[in-house]
Ligand binder design. Sequence first.
Ligand SMILES: [Zn+2]
Length: 437
Amino acid sequence: MNNSQNPELGSEGAADQVLARFASARLWAAHRAPYLASAVFALTPVVLAPLVDERTGGLVPDPEFRAFPVDTRWHVHLETGTALTTPVPEIGWWLLHHIGHLVRAHAARSPVRAETTVSAAAGAPGDTEARRWNQAADAEINDDLAAEGLPGPDGVISPAVLGLPPHLTAEEYLSRLDVLAEAVGRGGHELAESVDCGSAADGVRRDQELPESGGGPTELERELLERSLAVGIQDRVAARSEVPLGWRRWAEARLQPAVNWRARLAALIRRGHGLTSGRVDFSHRRPSRRAGSCPDIALPAMVQPVPAAVVVIDTSGSVSSVRLRRLLSEVTAILHGVGGTGRRLRVLCCDLTAHPVQEVTRAEDVVLLGGGGTDMRAGIAEATALRPRPDLVIVLTDGQTPWPVRRLAVPLLVCLIGEDGSAPEWAHTVRIPEEEP
Ligand SMILES: [Zn+2]
């Protein structure tokens, strides 16, 4: 049977061929950049309906989909005609390129408004900003690929092609591209061939993309995948394997929250007080001395309120008491740094219910009571009902607990131990590693 007379059968056979090429390209990519292999295998192929030449009935490449665009849910869009005419290593190069967009969070960093119409066609109205951001993000990725000996297909953008320094961020390239475009673009020239990398690059949904419910890794799966990529890259660096500079920096930054949790915790505790009654405010409680010569006017006096945090400890048994004790010592040390040592600290242990409040000056004097189920809501309710009223509630937990639905009247700081639990969106959260070297 002649395929051209039966386009449906023809495209079915073509789809299988496209998927086979994708599988080969994936292997190529994983082999060329082993530190990105797990991400390459997390991509899901989506074969787009082919463009058929009306005269010959044959499949033709659609230039709009040259870059095999990727969405934010890790789907790679394979335009049939393009995939069948592009060499496997080139498809593989695009896969590595798109991993760059995905894990470097270009969609989340994108300045492009969500309602923008995006198209690869140069000169399309309304999307100069989108194309410029796509190019800036591409420049951030492509010098790492070039450093790996993978310069990419003809016409793709790179810092070298633009005459710009390597190893900058997309945001830094964006401002330089604007300047370049201003200088070069007066005659209407484009800086480089325009490619559309999809919503993974700019966060703007495309028509061909599957709906939100269309599968792909979940938020948590992506988080875990990125962490394991970053750890793998750092292991390679430690073993003196070559990893391009941009990827090394990415891995460092990706893992930094875990490394820097102490600094973040201290900053949040200080800010927690500062945002509420910790700041110096004016009150009319005592007359100001300056008013002495002018008795008719009562000037406000400066009052420095005492910060009053209450610590709620999850003693349900899922967190090791050694970990809790060490964390409690750290929190106490920070609080003493803010309010002065010797100040009494109120601590509540909580499992399914809140245990009696303990007032201590040293973390080691706290008696850890509990061991039943977990409901931090009980401890939080007890803490906020205490008198004098706290201006900050700090919860030490693994997050395997129900949380209050509504924002509290006082700031809530959650020290979230380990990777599995969660805290309410409205709370301040610091992730704390379960174990430390
Ligand atoms: Zn791109």
